[in-house]
Design a protein around this ligand. Structure first.
Ligand SMILES: Cc1cc2nc3c(=O)[nH]c(=O)nc-3n(C[C@H](O)[C@H](O)[C@H](O)COP(=O)(O)OP(=O)(O)OC[C@H]3O[C@@H](n4cnc5c(N)ncnc54)[C@H](O)[C@@H]3O)c2cc1C
Length: 404
């Protein structure tokens, strides 16, 4: 890039210090590989992230990876809510498909942790002094202005003029990734035309530590168990209806949510500010390019209905970091074409079927025409009768991770 000042050198430059970028940097550091984290947010927003209303249902495999990265021990016990089972209802029917671990297992199906707490714990782990770790360089409040790939490496120019040379550039800047665009990587983007509201609510009746997914007509409701008398409500509505709901006074909002849940948990009252997300799913056409890779939502931005975005992102970064670590130990280049292709192949296999299944579920459950209603009743009954189907889903949630 024609600069007289010599560039800062680093093994891997990561754009995006969200939960995935932070965990990836920590995982690289643990393998003795230096990383630079570039994020447009200031450090204060990373060390003490604001509440975004998201409760992340962590699978067994994700908890294992977070444990290996020293993130899980930094999640206080009081912030871990076990989810023992999941029930799926259709319309007014009280019939539910239940997904639960086998009777022999004490382990919950998943563990709910607020996204804010995961981000904070990941930041603390990434900044902790680690005797075995390589250095993590921080470039907060900054973005990439441009980048160029050569045979020797990737050259980056940051917004403040700093030049950086890396072996590999990794985009971890979320589902609308500007880095992915600047890499020239197209992505399949699906706008669902729906908004999702998330909000913690207190209720008078206890829940049984089960998550409810409830496909009513014209709306989708979910309830995630936070503590005995508190749940996170997740409601999906068309934008105009969501607008009207958000404009209600707190009392009317409480009454509206109580009615939507058909008083099953008694009167419900708001315990935190509601947050709203326009729903879009994204699947990148390629996860890699010359000396480039996509991880987390920048590669696969899942619809939250199946609660897998972060879980899949963790698996992906673990895959990539394991390949990079093996290459470095063997004295091989860490950004070779073969290595990146292998990451892409494995991560597409792990995410493609679940992405397609999630899109099918979203399509089926947001379609209120009579044939779709009949079909979903049949699907629920088939799923409920076929214990292998339930075992498969429960097995996916509970499978141990960190297997490389
Ligand atoms: C309501 C809701 C509920 C969810 N529930 C679950 C769940 O139960 N289970 C689950 O597994 N997943 C869940 N998810 C998905 C999960 O939250 C995401 O998969 C996860 O946050 C992705 O992390 P990320 O680090 O890839 O991206 P992000 O969290 O989007 O972080 C991206 C980072 O990049 C930075 N950035 C962006 N652009 C730039 C730029 N141009 N330059 C520099 N920095 C930039 C941002 O500041 C940010 O720090 C849910 C999502 C939603 C919306």
């Amino acid at each position: 890039m024609g600069d007289s000042v010599s560039p800062t050198g680093v093994d891997v430059a990561i754009v995006g210090a969200g939960p995935i970028g932070l965990c990836f940097a920590k995982a690289l550091s643990r393998r003795g590989i230096s990383a630079m984290l570039i994020d447009r947010q200031p450090r204060g927003a990373m060390s003490d992230p604001g509440n975004d209303g998201r409760e992340i249902a962590l699978t067994r495999a994700s908890r294992d990876i977070l444990e290996a990265l020293d993130v899980w021990p930094r999640v206080p016990d009081a912030e871990r809510a076990p989810m023992r089972a999941a029930r799926v209802f259709d319309g007014e029917s009280l019939f539910a498909m239940q997904i639960a671990p086998g009777a022999a297992s004490d382990d919950p199906l998943a563990c709910l942790v607020p996204n804010r707490v995961i981000r904070r714990a990941a930041y603390q782990a990434a900044t902790a002094t680690d005797s075995v770790g390589a250095e993590i360089l921080w470039r907060d409040g900054r973005e990439i202005e441009r980048h160029e790939t050569t045979d020797a490496g990737v050259e980056l120019r940051l917004g403040d003029g700093e030049s950086v040379r890396a072996e590999l550039l990794v985009a971890a800047d979320g589902r609308f990734s500007a880095t992915r665009r600047s890499m020239g990587t197209p992505a399949h983007t699906f706008q669902h035309g729906q908004h999702m509201l998330v909000c913690r609510m207190q209720h008078e009746e206890p829940h049984d530590q089960s998550a409810w997914e409830w496909f009513g007509h014209g709306q989708t409701l979910a309830l995630l168990p936070v503590s005995e008398f508190c749940s996170s409500v997740v409601l999906t509505l068309p934008p105009a209806e969501m607008e009207a709901l958000m404009a209600l006074s707190e009392g009317d909002f409480n009454a509206d949510i109580t009615r939507r849940f058909a008083h099953r948990l008694g009167p419900m009252t708001r315990a935190a500010e509601p947050h709203r997300y326009p729903l879009a799913s994204v699947y990148a056409e390629r996860f890699v390019g010359p000396r480039q890779a996509l991880i987390g939502d920048a590669a696969v931005g899942m619809h939250p209905v199946t609660a897998h975005g972060f879980n899949l992102g963790l698996q992906g970064l673990w895959r990539l970091v394991s390949l990079i670590g093996e290459a470095r130990s063997a004295g091989q280049p860490i950004a070779s074409r073969d290595l990146l292709k292998r990451y892409q192949r494995e991560q597409r296999l792990a995410t493609g079927p679940l992405f397609a299944a999630t899109m099918a579920i979203v399509g089926l459950y947001t379609d209120d025409r009579p044939p779709a209603r009949l079909l979903r009743k049949a699907v629920l009954r088939a799923g409920s009768a076929a214990w292998p189907v339930r075992r498969l889903i429960a097995g996916h949630l509970m499978r141990a991770g960190g297997d490389r």
